[in-house]
Design a protein around this ligand. Sequence first.
Ligand SMILES: [Zn+2]
Length: 309
Amino acid sequence: MKVLINEQEFEVSSPITAYDALKEAELISREVLAANVNGNTVALTTPVKEGDRIFPLTFKDAEGRKVFRHTAAHIMAQAVKRLFPETKLTIGPAIDSGFYYDFDSEVTFGPEQLTKIEKEMKKIVSENLKIERFVLPKDEALALVKEMNEPYKELLIERIDEGEEISFYRQGEFTDLCAGPHLFSTAAVRSFKLTSCTGAYWEGNSNNKMLQRIYGTAFPTKDELNAHLAAVEEAKKRDHNKLGRELEYFTTSDVVGQGLPIMLPKGATVLRILQRFVEDEEAKRGWIPTMTPFMAKPDLYRISGHWDH
Ligand SMILES: [Zn+2]
């Protein structure tokens, strides 16, 4: 059958997965993590059909990065369940800088636990576990997560419409309710680092239970991971919030509000020098200032669309 790969026509066997289609077209390499088929990101194990438009995705593509790092989140969750079996799973998406997973656990995760979890993750990567997708109808999906004793997953499934297939991913002894897609083995996630742990409410709602969110990041190679971690350290050194306080430019007070800087003499001087510079430049260039009130009647903000915010 004919498929389009990178907008070029290829003759491939049928039936066939995205991976094998790319292989027959000699477009597969270790860098390929997933595929975009007809506009959807899918795992390489997904079957493709006549006329499908296929694009291979690597770590350089945002979608490819997402698949890679979301797989890292599953590996972290598996490690947490191995070390702290009583922990309840919630959700674990990929984000711009890496990934996180929110856990409900009696154990407080600190640096010591993160080191242990990282070690277990390395083990899971070296076990080269196949990541398999399976789907269940809603009632069977509910029965499965009940058996797994994962109450948050139950809540998530209850919201899915009746009649829809519910997908799970299994790697070794670990199974997670998830829309996917994923890499096809844990082996590819060689370079990762757990970076921090914070509190996070279930579904971001402060009326709900406080969970523990572990953040991490993952890269295909050690060099890329190290470069990223070094860049984060450099950025920290240049953080205006840290520098501004150290140099006594500003301070903050809980009574006034965090994020509302109180300018100290040095900071206020810098501000006034900048202000004078801007005013002189404006005058030089022939701009004439006007002034408007700080506040106006609500009608103005209704017209501008700001009122609702
Ligand atoms: Zn997943």
